[in-house]
Ligand binder design. Structure first.
Ligand code: AMP
Ligand code: ZN
Length: 110
């Protein structure tokens, strides 16, 4: 784990952050700069830089992220109204924290 990784520090509780969900493999917390009424980040505890760096054996992490997204969308009350799931990949893709995470964004009034 890179010692300067913000999300590793959040996962390891070196930076206090309220977790909406935690299990052995993932944590979920609110984005500090929300783009919508609901904006949460689903973060694997394992440090993986981005989608580009995924190894074949890490497939269960990706499927786990999507299954968790489904559950968190319901928990956040946006499963029926709808939401977006987003991976930013590398600088050109808008990634600023280089620890894999899935954005769950929704809650707009439409
Ligand atoms: P990305 O652009 O995909 O790397 O997204 C990183 C996200 O992390 C941004 O939406 C930031 O607002 C969010 N963020 C940065 N620092 C924190 C923090 N300490 N707690 C929660 N979210 C954060
Ligand atoms: Zn990390």
């Amino acid at each position: 784990m890179p010692s300067d990784c913000l999300f590793c520090k959040i996962v390891n509780r070196e930076i206090p952050t309220e977790f909406l969900y935690e299990d052995d493999d993932f944590v979920v917390f609110r984005d500090i700069n929300p783009a919508a009424p609901v904006h949460v980040l689903l973060v694997p505890k394992k440090h993986i830089r981005s989608i580009n760096d995924l190894q074949k054996e890490e497939g269960p992490i990706v499927s786990g992220l999507f299954m968790l997204a489904k559950d968190m969308a319901k928990e956040q009350g946006v499963n029926t109204s709808g939401y977006k799931l987003l991976f930013n990949v590398e600088k050109g893709g808008g990634q600023v924290i280089f620890h894999l995470h899935l954005h769950l964004i929704g809650g707009w009034k439409r």
